[in-house]
Design a protein around this ligand. Sequence first.
Ligand code: PMV
Length: 326
Amino acid sequence: MSKATAVANPNIAFVKYWGKSDETLNLPANPSLSMNLAALTTITTVEFRPGLRVDAVTIDGRPAVGESFDRVVAHLDRVRSLVGITARACVVSRNDFPAGTGLASSSSAFAALSLAAIRAAGLDLDEPALSRLARLGSGSACRSVPAGFTLWEGDSDGTSFARQVAGRGHWDLIDVIAIVAYQHKRVGSNNGHSLAPTSPLHEARLAAVPGWLKTVLRGIQDRNLDAVGSCMEADALAMHGVMMTSVPSLLYWTPETVSVLQAVRSWREEGMGVYLTLDAGPNVHCLCESADALETEKRLRNLAGVQDVLVSGAGDGVRPVAYHLF
Ligand code: PMV
């Protein structure tokens, strides 16, 4: 056994995953589709040490505690049982973007942890198997395993994984992210999923997803931003509708979120090709083609309440790197 390090990018879903058909296996209530974000990275080093009594986990310079520690240990347990080892591990992970604010840090976190841990344990998995493993850590993490634009479908443990539908170079789409809050969200997506069926809107959203998915898939093939963007925006609003009407209600938006939403709509009325989506958080992802990225960034920076703007094109899949964090 040796030390191994992996880098992963989080992904932004154009068709969202919200609600599970199986809570333990992280099987989704609906298929979803996303783009990896090249400019945002998680890097994770794992070393299994036979002498260690408990797993030691450091995230962004601090020892992990509570639920984040438990989720990493549960994932290491999956790897240990897969490989047939008992050694505890030392894990150090670093994000170069704010975690827990709706930037899908769990997607890159569990993609990077899966690859680093499997390699540190001396095993190699093919892409579907690695995507399945990452899914068990956090559903959306399975979509950060392949590169570029990825589709997660399948309804059983063996068939539920993500595969690439277009490479990162296929389309110069840019995600211009308006950061309106840095606080850690109170209810993380991992726990929010179980509330989805309590919303009267959940079934209605699920019924609409196949149509959106079909249009988004075709839109990616044709590089048709209006087709992708209008479905992406409709699904994000539907998902937040489900969140807001679940019991208890989840409200991730702040007044600044709504200001950005209204601004993006007015820019579109002026003729700009820009559409938005949001994950389980207040920050707003604005999708446009590269020709409009600078203007979108400039306008977002000028909006009151926008604290920062991140800009990213489509990213790679999870990959090993030859240097380590410790
Ligand atoms: O992978 P999780 O459990 O963090 O769920 C992610 C859910 C959303 O980010 C809100 C939507 C998605 O498909 O990424």
